[in-house]
Write a protein of this length. Structure first.
Length: 401
């Protein structure tokens, strides 16, 4: 899935090597991060505060720069709310030039990015090479509290390399210095039991088939914080042993879309999506989308947002029914509905064909809505608490009956 380029840089075109510090753009509706006023000139302290919530002392570049630690305020906060991070460094000798600062909030188990918080130290007033020897440099910014336990990683990068961390135990193996932990116990993941039906639905976009009456309806919530969405989106799933069927029913006063070709970046407009991680490994997964014009986008990922393969053909067929006038902004529409028919044997890493009763996959359902064709709202089955539709640790469970 994707947000429009006016909100985020293109997501699915981003592929980052594990050893390279790079801009790992987030998917989903980016929340407005409170901006802390940048100083007009470098601000240096004589010492770090005494109340750091995380202390380090690890060094970069053969001892040239010491990471003293960080302070997280507040230490406990609701998922999705902003927390203040203050990081403290000290140059022991003149630091090297040309390095930019990065901050990554990651899933500790997989190392996968939850939030990219790369920025310039002190808003650009304090590049690494300008740090005065012996003084303490403070950098302050905010990140959303993740909905799962997470770790802050930080460091410095230049081109395709990162400033080396001296102690192997102080970094993650790719020169990302270990910083403070965020979040407490993981938020509970929702489950959806998908019934097996003897008579599958007919794909016509009209959700009046008997099969859909056997499925439990779920209403999507705002993806970032789990609150109620402005417009209703209801979803249902069933299967017949050969295909997974997905239905979306959406309220929408203005149904529109400009893209017409298969695998066009429909994630930049209004769209519904399903992500499927069939073997629940938190790595390999498929992404399937349908637009109001019944344009399909599908892709395979061997790892989170890496190696995207748009040549993969899901074999999915779909149907859309618009309740209104498509692409006409001057009138008021009622909404649109979608039916998706997805072959199990085309999906990545499916444990059993057909799925057995009790099989548990990881998945999530999404909608992107552009209110007044401007303000973007992301919705999901399992709330993410970060601005990233590819946040695999927050995928819910799909349980086969």
């Amino acid at each position: 899935m994707r947000l429009p380029s006016s909100v985020l840089a293109p997501l699915l075109a981003v592929t980052c090597l594990a050893t390279v510090a790079c801009r790992d753009e987030q998917a989903g509706p980016r929340q407005q991060t409170p901006r802390i006023p940048a100083p007009t000139q470098l601000r240096a302290l004589d010492a770090a505060p005494a109340d750091l919530t995380f202390r380090s002392g690890a060094t970069f570049a053969g001892g040239a720069v010491v990471y003293l630690g960080s302070k997280v305020s507040p230490e406990q906060a609701a998922p999705g709310t902003q927390v203040r991070l203050a990081h403290y460094f000290q140059a022991v000798r003149p630091p090297p030039g040309g390095f930019a600062f990065f901050v990554h909030v990651v899933d500790p188990a997989s190392g996968g990015m939850l939030t990219n918080a790369d920025h310039e130290v002190q808003g650009g007033a304090a590049p690494l090479a300008s740090w005065p020897v012996g003084k303490v440099i403070e950098d302050v910014h905010s990140v959303p509290m993740p909905g799962t336990p997470a770790r802050v990683m930080l460091g410095f990068w230049r081109g395709d390399s990162r400033l080396p961390v001296d102690d192997a135990k102080a970094h993650d193996g790719s020169q990302r210095m270990l910083g403070p932990q965020l979040g407490g116990a993981a938020q509970e993941l929702p489950e959806y039991s998908v019934p097996r039906v003897s008579q599958p639905p007919t794909l016509d976009g009209v959700l009046d088939d008997a099969a859909w009456q056997q499925a439990r309806p779920v209403v999507l919530r705002r993806s970032f914080d789990g609150s109620a969405a402005r417009l209703r989106t209801e979803a249902r799933l069933v299967h017949d042993g050969t295909f997974l069927y997905v239905a979306f029913d959406l309220d929408d006063p203005d149904v529109w879309g400009t893209l017409r070709k298969r695998d066009d970046p429909i994630y930049e407009e209004e769209v519904v999506e399903i992500f499927l991680d069939a073997n629940a490994d938190g790595r390999t997964y498929n992404e399937l989308q349908v637009s109001p014009h019944n344009v399909i986008f599908d892709a395979y990922f061997p790892a989170r947002r890496q190696g995207m393969d748009r040549s993969w053909d899901s074999g999915m067929t779909s149907a859309v029914k618009v309740r209104g006038t498509l692409d006409e902004a001057s009138d008021r529409d009622e909404g649109w509905s979608v039916e998706m028919k997805i072959p199990f044997d085309r999906l990545a890493e499916v444990p059993h064909l057909p799925p057995r009763p009790g099989d548990r996959w990881r998945f999530n359902l999404y909608r992107l809505e552009h209110h007044d064709r401007r303000t973007v709202e992301g919705q999901s089955f399992s709330p993410l608490f970060v601005g990233d539709f590819h946040a695999l640790p927050r995928f819910g469970w799909l349980v086969f009956e």
